[in-house]
Write a protein that binds this ligand. Structure first.
Ligand code: GDP
Length: 528
């Protein structure tokens, strides 16, 4: 095992930001990229979003509705670290997509609005992190505004998210009285000046809070800080790296993203605390990142990244070995060898052809309709990474084609969109219509836009009386046959030919489950 490979792994950090819309994810992303030197212009992240909107119909919809659908990957450096930041869609209708993105990270950064505390979408995203034991670092944002009491914020996080909080910094006042942040583990004071460019400010080391300099710098608020810290020593949990890595504790930081305040401290702590890429499970064995063999899996396919080319990019997370341009790898699902000549990486504003990459890195592969979400690529050994599920849809539509001559285009479009994970498709056992299933209804709008623009299909949706679905399984072939006969009207095959039961209500589903104890009903299904 090469030393170089190990060193490259050790300096990689791959993470996603989770937050409720408006908490400050975009602003924080932008500031993080500024530190990395990935962009040199404040506002570039948003400008980039806007530029894309202008050229793509599909994104126009995003813009009109003020939601962000796209997920992008950005690479930047900080100190000696190579950081991959995966952006997650903020809108809950795309939570399935977000879930898949979070399968590719090693840690998450949770942003919380100090005035609002934990919000609905934060809870959902945290649930996903918990399912995978992803370590989470918390940033409480907007301290320049009046917000909740910091202790109440910690209590809110602990209660709603079921995770222990360990503050590593503490705010001094808030809103108009916001004076800055005291780092509890570095024993440094970071003073806030409203409106000033605060990111490269000198930090003042104050080992002992009894130091009289504190009174000079903070006035009355020095006493408050002393009181708070004393209280914390008794009440708050001490930081424990192992608990953080096990995802049972989250270190907490405070700041103001828009003022770029507290962001450098957050990033410094992040690269030091967050884990480097670790081992990952496949169907056959655990794969260590420092294995010589290259391996990785596709967690997302994105269309229209460059509308001029109508291209589709498959995002692959490298799990082991070194990637080299032109290397030959096996695409196991279709049993083919492919040469990776044109893999790309993504910076904030650019994409570039990549010569080499390491575990934790995300590379983009051009997809001409052969790559599916969940696909594994490796140098030799047949592997299949696990943990990339489909979720049972909760919304359904029947597709009615307006121009029957376009049936081929419709079939092709829906098959590809399903492979990208944009929507789920079902073929009922009775009848020839397509039934679409989604976790969030906006997925239907995106699908229809893309059917029109990319496949030239003119179709409309019709409502259909289904409210939930389960994938069906049964060891007893006879029972299964019997079940199929009796429930034909509710059965359909998904894109991969798996049998699914579509129910008109949760109640109805429960009833059928009781009637057929031998049949197993699955709420999620592994991709591939
Ligand atoms: P996102 O929806 O989570 O990506 O949130 P944005 O980054 O777009 O921020 C939402 C709003 O909050 C914007 O108007 C930001 O300017 C504002 N905002 C972000 N960070 C701060 C902050 O630290 N203080 C204040 N006062 N506003 C902020």
């Amino acid at each position: 095992m090469s030393k170089r490979l190990q060193e490259e792994i050790a300096r990689r950090r791959t993470f996603g930001i989770i937050s409720h819309p408006d908490a400050g994810k975009t602003t924080l992303t932008e500031k993080l990229l500024l530190f990395g030197g990935a962009i040199n212009l404040a506002g570039a992240v948003k400008a980039r979003k806007a530029a894309r909107h202008a050229t793509s119909d599909w994104m126009k919809m995003e813009q009109e509705r003020g939601i962000s659908v796209t997920t992008s990957v950005m690479k930047f450096n900080h100190r000696d670290f190579e950081i991959n930041l995966l952006d997650t869609p903020g809108h809950q209708d795309f939570s399935e997509d977000t879930y898949r993105v979070l399968t590719a990270v090693d840690a998450a950064l949770m942003v919380i609005d100090s005035a609002k505390g934990v919000e609905a979408q934060t809870e959902k995203l945290m649930e996903i992190c918990r399912m995978r034991n992803t370590p989470v670092i918390t940033f409480i944002n907007k301290l320049d505004r009046e917000g909740m009491d910091p202790l109440d914020l910690l209590a809110d996080i602990e209660e709603k998210l079921q995770i222990e909080c360990a503050p590593l910094a503490w705010p001094i006042g808030m809103g108009k009285r916001f004076k800055g942040v005291y780092s509890l583990y570095r024993k440094q004071l970071n003073l806030f000046t409203p409106g000033a460019e605060t990111r490269n400010q000198e930090l003042i080391t104050i080992e002992d809070l009894a130091d009289a300099r504190l009174d000079e710098l903070l006035g009355d608020q020095a006493i408050e800080l002393r009181g708070d810290v004393e209280l914390l020593e008794g009440a708050a949990n001490p930081f424990d790296l192992e608990d953080f890595l096990k995802a049972s504790q989250t270190p907490v930081f405070f700041g103001s993203a828009v003022n770029n305040f507290g962001v450098r401290e957050l990033l410094d702590a992040f690269v030091e605390l967050a884990p480097a890429p670790g081992p990952r499970m496949t169907e056959t064995r655990e794969v260590r990142p420092d294995e010589e063999q290259f391996s990785g899996f596709v967690f997302k396919i994105q269309a229209n990244m460059d509308p001029a080319h109508r291209d589709r990019i498959a995002f692959l997370r490298i799990c082991s070995g070194k990637f080299e341009r032109g290397m030959k790898v096996r695409h196991h699902r279709i049993g083919k060898e492919v040469a990776l000549n044109n893999a790309i990486i993504f910076m904030a504003q650019d994409r570039a052809h990549i010569e080499e990459a390491y575990p934790g890195d995300i590379i983009g592969l051009h997809n001409h309709g052969t790559i599916k979400v969940g696909d594994t690529f490796s140098s030799k050994e047949p592997l299949k990474f696990t943990g990339i599920p489909s979720f049972a849809p909760e919304h359904f539509r029947r597709v009615r084609l307006k121009n029957p001559l376009k049936v081929k285009q419709l079939d092709k479009g829906l098959t590809q969109l399903a492979e990208e994970g944009a929507v789920q498709v079902f073929r009922p056992l009775l009848g020839a219509d397509w039934i679409l299933g989604a976790v969030g209804v906006l997925q239907f709008d995106v699908t229809m836009e893309r059917l029109k623009n990319e496949y030239g299909v003119d179709a409309v949706y019709e409502g259909i009386d289904f409210a939930t679905a389960r994938w069906i399984d049964c060891e007893d072939a006879k029972k299964l046959e019997e079940f199929q006969k009796k429930n034909q009207a509710n059965l359909a095959l998904d894109a991969e030919g798996n049998l699914a039961y579509l129910a008109s209500s949760e109640w109805r589903l429960g009833y059928v489950q009781e009637q057929w104890p031998e049949i197993v009903f699955h709420k999620t299904r592994e991709q591939g």
